[in-house]
Design a protein around this ligand. Structure first.
Ligand SMILES: [Zn+2]
Length: 344
């Protein structure tokens, strides 16, 4: 099943069914369920007795194989680092790893990129005929993870699409895609759900404080759900309390306490807090941490707007290199010291 806020997209897409585009680019904010939607769409396209609204029947051989993750006419391509999140890819990655040899396997962390070997394997798949006489479907997620070589290889296929192959390209950052790839796809923007629908769904999942978490997740329900189950939530709240202390923020305690956390996670908190300070000053209303509105207002009143803008640039610069090995403690100390100086 798709998420309740996706039914409109589903129905509108079914109107394309008679002349389905060979490549569909599903794009929108992270955490709204685009991958899940694409997978369900793939299942519907492969189903051998779909319902009138395009829903997969759930009981034919194709639906059965799909659910098992071994439909012969389906491929999902994700970075190795995400392989655990999608059953079928894990198996393929294991094969690719084996081909690369044990040596390579030991020496490197799971790739966050979609590599050219993966796209080449896809082209082999696209080059042979359908096993079941129907469409063949490829889900590619997230497209912004394609490295340059892989993107160029994919582009060649999109320029001369093999008959009967449908690409479902999923992206949260189309600004990072090659314009030539975008132009070869039918674009399908997926909106962030209305807060009421998202909050209702979160409540069904047993999430307390759904509105606050939804705000922090920028309105994306799956991201809010992940926050609710975030094992680092206590540290997150501790960090927000440090930030709320403004000039009394203990930068060295932050470095010490947060050093074991992933750098991107902490930078994300800082970035959203800084954004909210700015929002508080300009619009009088925070976006991500409405529950901390009074602390934000107190801090925002004391700092210099130009210095804050410079500080936000510093955090953004750090985000650009966040995946490189850094001394997390030093990075955090420096950033929290910088934060404290905003109030000097
Ligand atoms: Zn079926």
């Amino acid at each position: 099943m798709i998420y309740p806020w996706q039914t409109d997209d589903w129905q509108r897409l079914q109107q394309l069914r008679s002349h389905w585009p060979h490549a569909l680019l599903l794009h929108g904010q992270a955490g709204i369920g685009k991958l899940h939607f694409a997978q369900h769409l793939a299942k519907g396209l492969l189903c051998e007795s779909p319902q009138a609204n395009g829903e997969p029947c759930g009981s034919c051989a194709a639906c059965h194989w799909f659910a098992q993750g071994n439909h012969p006419d389906y491929r999902i391509v994700v970075p190795e680092a995400l392989a655990g999140e999608v059953g079928q890819a894990a198996e393929e990655e294991a094969r690719a790893e084996k081909a690369e040899g044990e040596e390579g396997k030991k020496s490197r962390a799971p790739s966050k990129e979609i590599r050219i070997e993966q796209v080449r394997a896809l082209l082999d798949f696209a080059g042979v005929g359908s096993h079941r006489g129907g469409l063949r479907v490829v889900v590619l997620y997230p497209a912004e993870a394609l490295n340059v070589a892989a993107a160029n290889a994919l582009l060649k296929t999109l320029e001369e699409p093999p008959a009967g192959v449908v690409f479902l390209v999923v992206s949260a950052r189309i600004d990072r895609l090659l314009p030539t790839i975008i132009s070869r796809c039918r674009q399908w923007p997926m909106g962030t759900p209305a807060p009421e629908a998202a909050t209702a769904w979160l409540a069904q999942q047993g999430v307390d404080e759904a509105p606050a978490l939804l705000a922090e997740a920028g309105g994306a329900p799956l991201a809010a759900l992940a926050l609710a189950h975030d094992e680092n939530r206590t540290l997150r709240d501790w960090t927000l309390a440090q930030l709320a202390a403004g000039p009394a923020c203990d930068a060295f305690a932050c470095g010490e306490t947060l050093q074991k956390l992933p750098v991107p996670l902490v930078l994300g908190w800082l970035q959203r807090w800084a954004y909210d300070l700015l929002a508080e000053r300009t619009a009088g209303r925070p976006r991500y941490f409405p529950q901390a509105a009074s602390a934000l207002a107190r801090c925002a009143a004391k700092l210099d707007a130009a210095a804050l803008a410079r500080y936000m640039k510093t955090v953004t610069r750090q985000r650009a290199v966040e995946n490189h090995p850094l001394n997390a403690r030093l990075v955090f100390e420096e950033l929290f010291l910088g934060y404290r100086e905003l109030f000097a």
